[in-house]
Every structure is written in C-alpha cells, then in structure tokens.
Design a protein around this ligand. Sequence first.
Ligand code: ATP
Ligand code: MG
Length: 285
Amino acid sequence: MSVSPLRRYLAFASPLARLVRTSPDDGAFHPSDTYALRTLGLNVYYGDRKILDNVDLAVPRNTVFAIMGPSGSGKSTLLRVFNRLIELAPNARVEGRVLLFGRDIYDPSVDPMDVRRQVGMVFQTPNPFPHLSIYDNVALGPRLNGLARNGEELDSLVEWALRKAALWDEVKDRLHEPATSLSGGQQQRLCIARAIALKPRVLLMDEPTANLDPESSRRIEQLIVELREDVTVVVVTHSPGQAARISDYVAFLFSGRIVEVGPTREVFTRPRSELTERFITGALG
Ligand SMILES: Nc1ncnc2c1ncn2[C@@H]1O[C@H](COP(=O)(O)OP(=O)(O)OP(=O)(O)O)[C@@H](O)[C@H]1O
Ligand SMILES: [Mg+2]
C-alpha cells in the first residue's frame, strides 16, 4: 500500500512528528529519496551574525516548494545553501545537515561542482551569457559536461530544453542571434532552458519573476508548475500571492526562522501562526 506524499511529508514536517521522531535518520521507514532536499538543524552565519536559525525542512520530490518571507529574512541565503553557492562568501559558515536525495552535500567527500550540476539555479535578474547566441547559451553546459555525443544529440537536447522552457516557438528561427536580442521575459525563459538542459534533479529559483512584466510573470509561473514533472522546484518569492498560485508546499521564513511550513492550501486557509496570517494578508512588510 502506498503512502500519500502528503502523509509522508507530514511525517517529517509536522511539529508532532518532531516530538515522536527518535533520530534524524529514521530513513528505514522512509526511503531516503522521498525528499529531494532535507535540512536538519541548519544554522548559517555570516561572520558572527546568525542568518538562519535551526531550519528543518523537507522538500518532497517532484513538487514546487515555495519559500516566502519578507526582505532580509534569509530566503536567498537558504537557496544558496542548497547548491553550496554559500561558500563563495568567505565569511559564511554552515552548521547542521543538508541532504540531497538522502546524501549529505556538506560531507567532505562531496564535490561542490557535482552538487551544482544536480541543483541548478535561476536568478532574480535574467543573466544569459551576453556574448553567446540563444543556441549556445543552452548548449554550453551540456557541451562542457559531455551530455551529448554528437551535434545531432546536442541539437535535440537544446530543442528539448527550449520547449520545456516554453520558448522554442519564439526562437526556433533565430537560434543563432545573440541572447541579448530577446526580451526580459524571454531571457528569463532562456535561463530556465539553460538550467534544465543540464538535467538537474532540483531547480532553485530566486524570485524569478521579480523583474518581469505581468504577462511574462504569468508565463513563468505556468512553466514552474509544469516543470515539477521533471524536476523538484524550490522557488523563493516575497509574494504570498505567487506562492499560493504555484506551490504545493510553502515555508514561511521570518528573521531566519521557519515560522510555518506545510501544504500550501493548508497554510493559506488555516495558518497556525498569527505572523503567517499577517504576512499572507499583506499586513506585514
Ligand atoms: N555575504 C554576506 N555577508 C554578510 N551578510 C549578508 C551577506 N549576504 C546576505 N547577508 C545578510 O543576510 C541577511 C539575509 O539575506 P538574504 O539575501 O538571504 O535575504 P532575502 O530574504 O533573500 O532578502 P530579499 O527578499 O531582499 O532578497 C540580510 O540581513 C543580509 O544583509
Ligand atoms: Mg533574496
């Protein structure tokens, strides 16, 4: 008999489960790859300042998981922990465990480059390689990583990624024009295509629609919902409306702490915390 994703999720994420859990590694009852990502007692410091405080999260695979919270609450910091970009900041320090499909990505035996291949990222401002063509923006990563054996395979991988990013029809006749000839919304979809061409298992998106017009935002939101068939998406947003529209699960981060986490519908219809309620009704910054 299969256990529903919701029950599996609650088994780890509800406060009650935390009380009855005997050890953080009760994987015997839950296959380690049920969750794309888990954090256990995660603390992050910049210098002496604690930015993330005892964060426990479980992101079920093939879902859209939103992290919402006001500016400065630590959302981008948390995303950067998930692909070890955090360690590019010389003053950052990470404590606790971060499991990617059951494996601790901060274990000394793990190569951060390997983590970043499995955990792709899309940033707030579209950042295609400006000197490369539309085609080469998508093809570069697969080329460097030997994901295609010949030109034909590379062509079909590029087409696959551009179709997944809902951009193919708009660019198929201009693949060799510079990426900078695209509109902002198209450039962001190109960045999504570039990220998924590497076939990551998780895709992190840091406010991917923050700089886009409403129509482009709507297209990207729709795309995010479709992408979860192939990849687990963790998306940061300061907009509760966006989290409600696109996510299956949502965590509310405030001053570096998880105030509330759960299935999006539950959090939005019956928030347990008054702070969450104030945030989702717009009464909080
Ligand atoms: N490299 C750094 N060194 C020191 N402090 C930093 C560094 N990066 C971020 N911070 C601080 O950590 C805190 C959390 O920042 P973070 O960028 O994670 O917030 P955020 O929730 O993504 O905010 P926003 O919605 O504005 O993007 C902030 O107080 C920020 O000033
Ligand atoms: Mg941020």
